[in-house]
Design a protein around this ligand. Sequence first.
Ligand code: COA
Length: 153
Amino acid sequence: MSAQLQEMPQIRRMFLTDLDAVVAIEREVFLFPWTRGNFSDSIDSGYHCLVLEHEGHLFGYGVMMIGPEEAHLLTLSIAAGSQRRGWGESLLRHFIHVAREQHARSMFLDVRESNHAAARLYERIGFKKIAQRKDYYPAMGGREDSLVMELML
Ligand SMILES: CC(C)(COP(=O)(O)OP(=O)(O)OC[C@H]1O[C@@H](n2cnc3c(N)ncnc32)[C@H](O)[C@@H]1OP(=O)(O)O)[C@@H](O)C(=O)NCCC(=O)NCCS
């Protein structure tokens, strides 16, 4: 393998030992972050929990649940200093690949109505808005709707 390939970031399983780094990014990028317990429960439940790592430095992660025929992307994050370099898209495409391998027929996710960056990423990949959930998320001074998006696999 060439030196250049060895330096490429790696997508791998998330372990409990990653949670300090995961929770630090989570608090950096979300106003209403998941707790350490949310992540450890996801690992314990056998959800697909993946991280992006480069030279021992973790800079992105996501969690996906797969049920009969349906995959649900529960969260996806790239550290603030590593955003807009294509890593969110790479990790999302990896989750889609895993969902297809597990014979899911569609993938669903919720995104805050105000999160235009994430919605744009999902639309670019082919997700379609199929519904709106009123007051789904906590927000500063109230609640915020989610857009439910689906990708046919
Ligand atoms: C949303 C997020 C995962 C995207 O990851 P990323 O690595 O920054 O995005 P990518 O570089 O892969 O971008 C892919 C495409 O998504 C869209 N996009 C990503 N960030 C964007 C932004 N800030 N503004 C507008 N479009 C954006 C663009 O279409 C982009 O393609 P382009 O750069 O060629 O225009 C990342 O910004 C993030 O972690 N945000 C905070 C947490 C979050 O909101 N997670 C999603 C919860 S549903």
